[in-house]
Design a protein around this ligand. Sequence first.
Ligand code: ADQ
Length: 457
Amino acid sequence: MNVPSGKGKAAAGGLAMALTAALREYRGLWFGWSGEICETFTGQIAMHKVQGVTTALVDLEEGDFQEYYNGYANKTLWPLFHYRIDLTAYARSFGEGYERVNRRFGETVAPLIEADDLVWVHDYHLIPLGRELRKRGVTSPIGFFLHIPWPARQLITTLPRHRELVESLFAYDLIGFQTEEWLDAFAGYVRKEAGGEALGDGRFRCFGRTVRAAAFPIGLDAPEFSAMAESAEARRTFERMRRSVSGRKLIVGVDRLDYSKGMEERLLGYETFLNHHPEHRGRVTLLQIAPPSREDVHAYQEIRGRMEALSGRINGAYADVDWVPVRYVSRAYKREELAGIFRAAQIGYVTPLRDGMNLVAKEYVAAQDADDPGVLILSRFAGAALQLKDAVIVNPFSQEGLAEALQAAIEMPLEERKRRWESMMQSVMREDVAHWRDDFVAALMRARDEARSKAAE
Ligand code: ADQ
């Protein structure tokens, strides 16, 4: 189950990509919000068959959209879980909207669930859904996966009803996080704030219930993405890119326009690089692709303005008659085109300030040419940094650090590029989306079997 990324628009998000790949393998039902608004919530389900997957979608009311989706999900939980309490909205009406919509989803979907079904709930929009399903008598195993970071205890406690939120997680049989780091932060809350205990073996006891929690790092459909980089469309885009940079080194950033992605810091690091290294002026181009997202939310309108101003400032300071240092593009591209762009770039520049995983980093690796791979610069604050250890790991808050990383990446000899890339590519291929899905489902089945044998004792 999950929620589309908004009002019926195609989702540029990694979550939608990963779930489509995962659902291709399983016969099952995908339940979620249709992305459409209705006058009054009726709970009427529209069933469709999309690429062999049955979807059951419901519309929400305008008030739900504002308080639940734009409100609690995107103005409260998203910034808070990305360590931005300065951008977090704590309005009580948002929390009420969140509870109401999760209750409505629970009422609507509970009758569709049969005793033997496995239920997999996705992401921060739906944390209390498991509890709502249990209230309505659902006894099936239910797992929850969080695609974004879990915040430090000192941050989540700023949320007025943090305890209720965490307690609702204990209605699940299994909780999945992207990395051990987010799992540790969750464990810290359970032990130090909620007075629970870690029983070992990934089990936690608190609020009178025991739940299993573990890290399941999400991956790509890696063979598919890598093959895509060899497709005719990717080759055309590759040629077009290479021609347009006329022998200059291409540095690429691709993100949804979101303040968590560290795009401003990235530009500032690049500006410092141009400032410290006049010899590279005119010899590099930074291409930043950033289609707007969540445009109804003020913070997202602001970052757009700041990015445009910043790229304009850098271009104003350094551009020449035949060279622009920053190309800032705000549209979405087809996956084949992106693969071609990644392959044409000598440097993948991925600098989130906080990110559950970050699939762009993995896509950059998967798209490279084995004989002449590019260099990945990766923020230590992306979940992906725990797997892609051979990236050039950076602290995106340090402009000098970013400038040094760019310099090191530009000068890196072929042998070292190959060595680093091979090790990263192995990880991307090994821990792909099928691995993620199978691991999670197997763990959920184990949790179900344990619960059954306990009940039989
Ligand atoms: P996102 O925050 O959306 O996902 P990410 O993992 O980077 O972030 O995925 C973005 C996806 O969108 C990538 O597949 C990328 O190629 C695509 N994309 C971005 N810009 C695009 C453009 N201009 N045109 C076309 N496609 C574009 C959330 C979490 C992440 C986590 C994923 C999956 O925030 O941390 O990795 O879910 O769990």
